[in-house]
Design a protein around this ligand. Sequence first.
Ligand code: SF4
Ligand code: SF4
Length: 474
Amino acid sequence: MINSLQNRRVQIDILRVPLLGRFLVWKHSRTAAQIILFALAAAIIIDGLLGSQLAPKNVATVAAWVHYRGLVAFALLIAGNLFCASCPFMLPRKLAKWIGRPTRRWPKLLRNKWLALIGFVGIIYSYELFDLWASPWLTAWLTIAYFATAFVLEAFFTRDSFCLYVCPLGTFNFLYSTISPLKISARNLNTCRDCKGHECINGSATQQGCQLELFVPTMKSTLDCTLCLDCVKACPYDNVALAVRPPGDELFRQSWPNRLDLALLAIFSAFLATLNAFGMTPPVYDLEARLATLLFTSHESIVLGLIYIVGAILWPLALTYSAAWLSKTLVASPLSLNRLVMRYAYGFVPLGFAIWSAHYLFHLLTGFMTIIPAFQTFFAQTLGWALLGEPNWELARHFVPTVDAIQITQTTIIYVGLLMALALTLHSARKTHRDRGKALLEALPWLILVFLIIFTSGAIFLLPMEMRGSALGG
Ligand code: SF4
Ligand code: SF4
């Protein structure tokens, strides 16, 4: 396999940057970052369970629903999967591994993203149903449940099965890290060809290899890469780079394996992003009321469940398979419908990322300073330790951009996502057809679908949105 690969020169290697590179390859750099996020997760749990239950005053709701999501999107855009690199769940998982000494492999049937996708839809659904953004207590319990699941699975299964097959947060990061500008890469493939131990995946006496089962010289995608840098530390030839690449490079190269779970993950996530943003606007309440009357029910779980089943699963399936069928019919393509869905799924990555980012940025910008009085309240009132002084709520009103500025930023993000999605869709068509006319004809249904999603989300962002978790929102 390695012999058939062509060496690609690494132009810029972040690990060669003075100081930063040394810090990243330092033995304890990851643990240091994990300790910081672990302390934050502990604050979320303690304040969520014991602190004020007013969402903007509590670290649990402000950190989890305002800052975490916005900063993750920002990190993915400027660097890569930094959250997984410093994941706080890893610390207790080390203990679980030590206690459980697992020998079982993750079941073959579940070695895909279906479980993680169900978990992802489930979290977004629960977020709306239980108003998690308004409940520090439930947010704390969600964090505890997350720690407990990761702990139990780590004790039973080898490698990082939880990250690879279960974690919805990691799956979000894996998916959208494919447009990030950083990737793990071999510096010189000739060195890998001569390498006998393949320590980057197998590990050495002192350093574990890639627990996500990625083999550096054959890596074409950042999907599943947690940026843990274990491979960098394990390679005895110092042959692993953290290379800079053009954003979206691997999507244009269509580097993913042909797997329906990956394709539908990208597609469902784009629709889910639109649905999640829609959930913050006034028309959703009107829709819920109408459905409740139609179904003769007052249970929000049923009404919302129906909206999510249709909006996040059935509607995307109907639209994408209709687009695939139209493509196939228009150019008499020999490809199956599934193969066409896999081929055009790449365009949904920047599309989904733009919609999530525009949404999360709204919360981050409107509630950015709220984290300071929330922490002041946590120390002064929950812990009884006025380390940061008394809460200053005036601070929360500083640095809040105007509505116009926020909408201009959101629109810019949406249009950049749209342009990239259009380029990827046309590029996918050109992969099969040299004839431009035929390529355009095959791409046409997908281009219409891309426009449909982007204009729907654009219209949603122009509606008044709830300022969830922000002190300005009450
Ligand atoms: S251990 Fe280093 S040299 Fe060997 S295959 Fe992995 S990256 Fe290449
Ligand atoms: S070991 Fe290397 S390839 Fe594997 S997840 Fe960590 S950084 Fe990515």
